[in-house]
Design a protein around this ligand. Structure first.
Ligand SMILES: Nc1nc2c(c(=O)[nH]1)N[C@H]1C(S)=C(S)[C@@H](COP(=O)(O)OP(=O)(O)OC[C@H]3O[C@@H](n4cnc5c(=O)[nH]c(N)nc54)[C@H](O)[C@@H]3O)O[C@H]1N2
Ligand SMILES: Nc1nc2c(c(=O)[nH]1)N[C@H]1C(S)=C(S)[C@@H](COP(=O)(O)OP(=O)(O)OC[C@H]3O[C@@H](n4cnc5c(=O)[nH]c(N)nc54)[C@H](O)[C@@H]3O)O[C@H]1N2
Ligand code: SF4
Ligand SMILES: [Mo]
Length: 707
């Protein structure tokens, strides 16, 4: 059969690059970039180029599976759905809707996410619906909603070109948003200034005009220090502050305590660098500030975000081309999963789930009464399971055993659940705990839309038939709703789902499949007033009228190095792997490029411990233990080690701390204290699976049980 190329969107990060899926004999055999795509302009990063492996047949689950003892047996759709219906109905009868919940999927389409939250609210009558934004940019949604009235990127990726200053704050775009990273390098090449704020010397930090190499977890102190300098010298944007912001006096008073000397002591950044950065940012014609997980993944995550907002507002760097506050949303469709209301507190379009008027609107639209109690977050559901109050959970395309903090605790909570359904493409560490596994169609096997980090809703197109008996997530929700006797979810095509959700999501109201196709996607708000969508938000006013300046105090990370655990650990991303690795680790090319989950350490620290490159080590924290190899580098300061989180055999989340931000429940994934110990030379580090088996055998031997 001839080779065809079907245009779609890359299924990895939130940049949203255009990708052509090359198919032959019903299989995706390769990919090519799309030349005239507005963002990627004919480029893809190594992950995008490897997409065919990610969706390929290797390791795919292609039929429903039901647990039988320690393994699984194949089942029909009918049998699997009947079993789920029976179990969930029994929990609803015995414990009510608070005992069941759904974890949705930021890798799946808007249509899937809409159907998943609709199923939760209309069929199970619960608001226990969440997804990985919780442990990603939930502080951006909460923080920016409070200061500006909207939690998304204020500008477009194309605005990097229009900026004379680019600030890269707690993110590593050449690893994590590679095409955006390359735009930043181009910006530098054409004369823009780069300011990087990061405890590690990232690739962009090496190119930067200023690198504020602050100590881990000192963002609020640093920004208060910059604001102190700015106010002190009269560098603020007087006109913008007077016209568009509130509470300047409170902020001024608060930051007056953060003298340059004090801030330099807290952050480790020299005073002259603080002054230099304050000058560059406040004097910029247009400063594009991008930020990421080094801001949000703290127990002070929401404060960190509001602090960034303070800095931008005081300098008037919001609401114009090239200038804004830009949380680089991570997953290909995490913006969409939030827009679709796969969150406990909001319906599609950020309509308050606890508002009776909103509940009435959706009850009428869906022809059934909807949930009326506040919902729990994903970690909240697991905590409730630990207390024996939460029984049944459906997890769509997430691997919390690898990606949630404190792995041992997560596993304990999953064991406590009465019934777990996992909807997946491959057998993940989490799927191994399931009672039923449903086979998910990959993005290449379905139509739909993804919303990228700049709020651009783009079409993905079915290039091949679903493998085996795989179905889309929205199809499964429709079939299961039928078992519960709830109608209105038996859509025939993704476009029908989209048309329904557009009618209920005001910010998407002027979108349709034909319009998205004509325009390479549309950026919300896309409304009657703005049918062509919005490149830049807040040009004239904020959704809350005036922006709010919020005075904030700096608090250190919850866990700090001490005699027992002398290093800070921060967890990071690597260019060649993605999330839990379930898709990228199927690519031999990507596997070749990246060694297994290593520990990065400063050269001098390594020398002091007698370590050499690739020496076997163990790493432990108050919560867990793992073994790996050390890579000694000069890009990390002394006292700080770092680890990627992509490797199920060397999971850094064995070590991380689940202490949480009180506002959003974001866990502190970016800072905890660890101990590093050399293993005898020549010893092969054991995978976590082997360590767990050996520990179990030792425990059983000690208690006299024969294995
Ligand atoms: N290759 C690849 N790309 C990805 C992903 C992937 O798994 N692999 N995942 C996607 C997802 S889901 C997301 S959310 C994005 C995330 O993209 P990023 O935000 O770039 O993610 P991280 O690598 O976690 O980087 C956080 C940065 O914060 C820094 N940092 C740590 N603590 C602090 C601090 O206190 N202050 C400051 N200023 N910086 C600090 C770290 O050194 C690191 O450079 O990436 C997306 N893209
Ligand atoms: N230590 C540490 N931990 C972290 C982070 C960190 O920086 N440090 N970052 C956190 C962040 S920002 C995030 S976003 C999370 C990500 O954590 P996860 O969401 O758990 O990670 P992913 O690898 O994206 O998992 C997605 C799964 O979805 C499946 N999938 C893909 N497409 C579909 C689909 O269409 N339908 C269905 N049903 N399944 C599909 C894939 O097979 C894959 O196994 O990790 C978090 N964990
Ligand atoms: S930058 Fe992101 S969207 Fe673009 S090709 Fe790479 S992983 Fe895909
Ligand atoms: Mo993320």
């Amino acid at each position: 059969m001839a080779t065809k190329t079907i245009p779609s969107i890359c299924p990895f990060c939130g940049t949203g690059c255009g990708i052509g899926l090359r198919t032959r004999d019903g299989q995706v055999v390769g990919v090519e970039p799309i030349k005239n795509h507005p963002i990627s302009k004919g480029r893809l990063c190594s992950k995008g180029w490897s997409t065919a492996f990610g969706v390929g047949p290797k390791h795919r689950i292609t039929t429903p599976l039901i647990r039988e003892g320690k393994s699984f047996r194949e089942a029909s759709w009918d049998e699997a759905l009947d079993l789920i219906h029976e179990q969930f109905s029994s929990y609803l009868d015995s414990h009510g809707p608070q005992a069941v919940g759904m974890v949705s999927c930021a890798r799946a389409t808007n249509e899937d996410n809409y159907a998943i939250q609709k199923f939760g609210r209309a069929v199970l009558k619960t608001n226990n619906i969440d997804h990985c934004a919780r442990i990603c940019h939930s502080p951006s949604v909460a923080g920016l909603s409070r200061t500006l009235g909207e939690g998304a990127m204020t500008n477009s990726i194309g605005d990097i070109e229009k900026a004379d200053v680019v600030v890269i704050f707690g993110c590593d775009p050449t690893e994590s948003h590679c095409i955006i990273g390359s735009e930043m390098i181009r910006a530098k090449e054409r004369g823009a200034m780069l300011v990087v704020v990061d405890p590690r010397q990232t690739r962009l930090a090496k190119l930067a005009d200023v690198h504020l190499q602050l100590k881990l977890g000192t963002n609020v102190a640093l920004i208060n220090g910059l604001l102190n300098i700015i106010f002190d010298r009269g560098w603020e944007d007087r006109e913008f502050l007077d016209a568009r912001c509130e509470q300047e006096d409170l902020l001024r008073k608060q930051v007056s305590q953060y003298t340059p000397k004090k801030v330099s002591e807290i952050t480790g950044v020299p005073v002259d660098q603080l002054i230099q950065a304050a000058r560059i940012y406040s004097k910029a014609r247009a400063a594009f500030l991008a930020y990421g997980m080094g801001v949000t993944q703290y127990a002070t995550g929401t404060n960190n975000v509001m602090s960034i907002s303070n800095l931008a507002l005081v300098c008037g760097q919001v609401g114009k081309s090239g200038a804004g506050i830009n949380p680089l949303r991570g997953q290909n469709n995490v913006q969409g999963a939030c827009d679709m209301g796969a969150l406990p507190g909001v319906y599609p379009g950020y309509q308050n789930a606890n508002d009776p008027a909103v509940q009435k609107k959706f009850s009428e639209a869906w022809g059934t009464s909807v949930a009326n109690k506040p919902g729990m977050t994903s970690l909240g559901m697991l905590e409730s399971a630990m207390q024996g109050q939460f029984m049944g959970m459906m997890v769509f395309g997430e691997d919390p055993v690898v990606t949630d903090p404190d792995q041992n605790q997560v596993e304990k909570a999953l064991r406590k659940l009465d019934f777990l359904v996992v909807v997946e493409m491959v057998m993940t560490e989490t799927a191994k705990f399931a009672d039923v596994i449903l086979p998910a169609a990959s993005f290449a096997e379905k139509d739909g839309t993804f919303s990228n980090c700049e709020r651009r809703v783009q079409r993905i197109r079915k290039a091949v038939e679903p493998m085996g008996q795989c179905k889309t997530d929205w199809q499964m929700m429709g079939l299961l709703a039928e078992k519960f006797g709830i109608g209105g979810m038996d859509w025939n095509a993704a476009e029908e789902v989209f048309d329904e959700l557009v009618g209920l999501t005001p910010i998407y109201s002027e979108m349709s499949y034909p319009r998205l196709a004509e325009n390479h996607g549309l950026q919300w708000p896309c409304t009657r007033e703005k049918p062509q969508g919005s490149r830049v938000l807040h040009r004239k006013e904020f959704p809350i009228g005036k922006a709010q300046l919020i005075p904030l105090n700096w608090l250190p990370p919850a866990e700090n190095p001490d005699a027992d655990f002398p290093f800070y650990l921060t967890t990071i991303r690597l260019h060649f792997h993605y999330g839990c690795g379930s898709m990228t680790r199927k690519s031999p090319i990507l596997e070749r490029e990246t060694p297994k989950g290593v520990l990065f350490m400063n050269l001098q620290d390594g020398a002091n411990m007698g370590l050499y490159n690739h020496a076997p080590v163990s790493v432990s924290s108050r919560r867990g233990y793992l073994e790996t190899r050390v890579v000694l580098i000069e890009e990390l300061p002394q006292g700080l080690v770092s680890m990627p989180y992509h490797f199920n055999d060397t999971p850094s989340n064995q070590l991380t701390n689940d202490v949480q931000d009180p506002i959003t429940k974001m866990p502190e994934l970016k800072a905890c204290a660890v101990k590093v110990t050399a293993l005898p030379a020549g010893v092969e580090p054991r995978s976590i699976q082997v360590i767990k088996l050996e520990n179990l055998a030792a425990e059983e031997a000690a208690s006299g049980v024969v294995a």
